[in-house]
Design a protein around this ligand. Structure first.
Ligand code: CA
Length: 367
């Protein structure tokens, strides 16, 4: 056998082997997927719904059309808070939302979006990508036939809009505030009355004084909702949501059945969207805050330091109470606390020191 014959026969043999052994993979690689994605966000909701649509577009581009995704805002295909069940049941392939919406079904899920006095965006991303956060999240969702991925982050939110100044803990007593989730539990412990309102009723309720305070998101979304017209004082920081992570979550059977290259693409586009989302929030919030202060003359106020200490103590109590309700939450809370205590000291000598000593010179200039 000369060299040419040998190479030819080897190539044929190798080709035959690839055809036989690799058939399912080759078949899967040629397969096209057409999915539906539902979200918990209103249509055109800045950064969040826009981010879900961007995710779908980027997946189509990265897969050269092997995966196409039709995106439906909250209520368009299923109710906003029906996303989890629809994807869990497999009637829809994936959703975009925030894990704390599912606290009633998966109490431990709250730690993967945001908890009061929890991690900032850098911290929570570190927990997911370099710590055990994502592994724990997958563990919590697996019984529901779901696979989660971080897909966005609101940044540190604002503390909210108040119709009166907040000077001491006594000011929380009897305060009627729209603040959902664990933050709401802390406000209730402080003596406030927590009011649950759909997004569409928030502005009117605050304007008419039916409620005394509202937390929504941050300058960009708060400006759009016009909250500055209904309350005078805009407080920071958002101790209750210090870096809320948003999710894209897949039906597990759908995700597990994909060829490995498509799984890598989905994971990568989710991570890329996560960075894009935080960048959008940071950029837009900076501009919106300036507009609120200089154009709409909002009174920007920092919560008193002692008040934050007290709210922090109440938050710890709330988290411990929540964690005691089921073993999975206890496991996640313990892991979360351990991670926070490790990353905290480093952040103090790096990010905090840099912000306090150097970046602070860029403090907001008011006209
Ligand atoms: Ca919020």
């Amino acid at each position: 056998m000369n060299r040419r014959d040998f190479l030819g026969k080897t190539a044929v043999a190798a080709g035959a082997a690839a055809t036989t052994i690799g058939a399912p993979a080759v078949w899967a690689q040629g397969k096209k997927y057409h999915w539906k994605m539902v979200t918990t966000w209103p249509p055109n909701f800045p950064v969040l719904q826009v981010g879900a649509e961007r995710f779908a577009k980027r997946v189509k581009e990265a897969t050269e059309g092997r995966i196409t995704i039709d995106v439906f805002a909250g209520g368009e295909l299923v109710p906003a808070l029906g996303c989890f069940d629809a994807v869990s049941a497999g009637t829809v392939e994936l959703f975009s939302g925030a894990a704390y919406y599912w606290a009633g079904k998966v109490p431990s899920a709250q730690w993967f979006s945001s908890v009061p006095f929890g991690l900032n965006p850098q911290g929570i991303n570190t927990w997911f990508y370099a710590g055990e956060g994502l592994k724990l999240w997958e563990e919590c969702y697996a019984p529901f036939n779901l696979v989660p991925r971080p897909q966005g982050n609101t940044g540190v939110q604002m503390g909210g809009w108040f119709r009166k100044e907040m000077n001491t803990m006594a000011d929380w007593k009897g305060l009627k505030m729209r603040i959902p989730g664990l933050g709401g539990k802390v406000v209730a412990k402080a003596g406030g009355t927590v009011v649950l309102l759909p997004g569409g009723e928030i502005f009117t309720s605050l304007e008419r004084g039916v409620i005394d305070a509202v937390e929504w998101v941050g300058p960009l979304h708060d400006l759009r909702l016009g909250l500055y017209k209904a309350a005078q004082y805009y407080y920071y920081p958002g101790w209750h949501e210090p870096g809320t992570c948003l999710e894209v979550t897949f039906n597990k059977k759908v995700y597990d059945g994909l060829p490995s290259d498509l799984k890598v693409i989905l994971d990568s586009v989710a991570a890329e969207t996560n960075i894009w989302s935080l960048s959008e929030f940071e950029s837009s919030n900076g501009a919106a805050l300036e507009e609120l202060i200089n154009k709409h003359h909002v009174q920007l106020k920092e919560f008193p330091a002692e008040m934050l200490v007290q709210l922090g103590k109440l938050s710890t109590e709330v988290l411990e109470e929540e964690a005691a309700k089921d073993p999975q939450s206890k496991k996640v809370n313990e892991a979360f606390k351990k991670f926070r205590s490790q990353i905290g000291p480093w952040g103090t000598v790096s990010e905090k020191a840099y912000y306090d000593r150097i970046f602070g010179k860029y403090a907001l200039k008011t006209t």
